[in-house]
Design a protein around this ligand. Structure first.
Ligand SMILES: Cc1ncc(COP(=O)(O)O)c(C=O)c1O
Length: 360
């Protein structure tokens, strides 16, 4: 029997969540963000469940080529663009769209003879991560519109805090800034991530770029995924591989971080930080065992973790444990572990088998 640590990827949940995105943006085109191996879910089966989207966005060139090779015809956008003139040949060959965020990329374009390029010009409206400074915009637009090899231009920006209700002013400032800079140009716009799709209809524009909501997690700290009608896509599951009865004073795991203050029963689960479970998740982080809520005890090891079985009914060796997913929101686990669902999902380790499935 193989090690029982597996990630089930529910393709019907992906399709359902895409339907939720569509309800929010009936008039915009949807570019599904599938970077980092589709947020840890596995690129190709994720793409198959999202095959009706209008485009894909990611930032790994080999993954973009594998999508094109798999037959997807829609635009595939590289969110960090190209890093060298040599790469530009692949952009032309595979009809990949590139984000332009830096004047060095304009220099590479000017030196190249490539054609049929589709560009998304990214403007820094306040996040100060990627994007051209607004004062560079007129000159760069001129360089692009004069370039014979460019088929299309889309203007884009990215919000720093659309997920935070206390940062509403910041979102509107970025939006106003973007509109002021781009107002004399007729090109399509792309601004909204998941949080902006849900909270700020005024940002929807021509293309939206949902990521986390497609995977069934909430972009907000103050709203759960189920309140947003999103279904979890990844269920990380394993089994109990050892059971111990503890006396008062017995300690659990490395450095005995947990100590029993009453007689207890614990289970050892085949899942650890080398599987992508966060090592810093503390005692009391929730898990689901035999469909009952329980909690972690002590320190996470590389390959195992311990859970409390004292109050759990009908539990035995090989009883199923869900670390996150169906019945155990990844957002709740992430919150307990002091991180986000984005990090947990993307950190799923390659050694965990991913099993794509469709719910009836
Ligand atoms: C440029 C860009 N657009 C869209 C997204 C999708 O964001 P989210 O997963 O919050 O929807 C990301 C993700 O980080 C991004 O970097």
């Amino acid at each position: 029997m193989p090690r029982p640590t597996q990630a089930f990827i529910d393709l019907s949940a992906l399709a359902h969540n895409l339907g939720v995105v569509r309800q929010y943006v009936p008039c915009s085109r949807i570019m599904a963000v599938v970077k980092a191996d589709a947020y840890g879910h596995g690129l190709l089966h994720t793409a198959s469940a999202l095959k009706d989207v209008d485009g894909f966005a990611l930032l790994e060139l080999d993954a973009a080529i594998s999508l094109r090779d798999a037959g997807y015809q829609q635009p595939i956008l590289l969110l960090e663009g190209f890093f060298s003139t040599e790469e530009l040949a692949l952009f032309e060959q595979y009809r990949l769209s590139a984000v332009i965020h830096h004047s060095e990329q304009i220099a590479m374009l000017s030196d190249s003879k490539h054609h049929n390029l589709d560009l998304f010009l990214k403007i820094n409206t306040g996040m100060n991560r990627l994007g051209l400074a607004p004062e560079q915009f007129p000159q760069i637009m001129k360089a692009l519109t004069d370039h014979p090899g460019i088929d299309s231009i889309t203007l884009m920006t990215h919000f720093a805090s659309a997920d935070d209700p206390l940062e509403e002013d910041e979102v509107f400032q970025q939006l106003q800034y973007f509109e002021a800079i781009t107002q004399n140009h007729k090109y399509p716009h792309s601004l909204a991530n998941s949080a902006a799709i849900i909270r700020y209809p005024v940002t929807h524009a021509d293309w939206v770029r949902p990521g986390i909501m497609l995977y069934g997690a909430s972009p907000f700290a103050d709203k759960t995924a189920s309140e947003l009608n999103l279904k979890p896509v990844m269920t990380l599951s394993s089994k109990i591989i050892a059971i111990h009865d503890l006396k008062i004073g017995d300690r659990v795991g490395y450095h005995g971080l947990f100590q029993a203050d009453r007689p207890m029963r614990i289970g050892v689960v085949a899942c650890g930080y080398a599987d992508g479970y966060p090592r810093h998740a503390p005692t009391n982080t929730p898990v689901l065992v035999n469909n009952q809520r329980s909690r972690l005890l002590g320190r996470i090891s590389m390959d195992m973790l311990a859970i409390d079985l004292t109050e759990i009914r009908d539990v035995e060796l090989n009883s199923p444990v869900i670390l996150w997913g169906n019945g155990m929101p990844v957002d709740e686990v992430a919150h307990q572990a002091g991180t986000t669902s984005y990090e947990l999902l993307c950190a799923l380790a390659p050694r965990v088998e991913k099993i794509a499935m469709t719910q009836p």
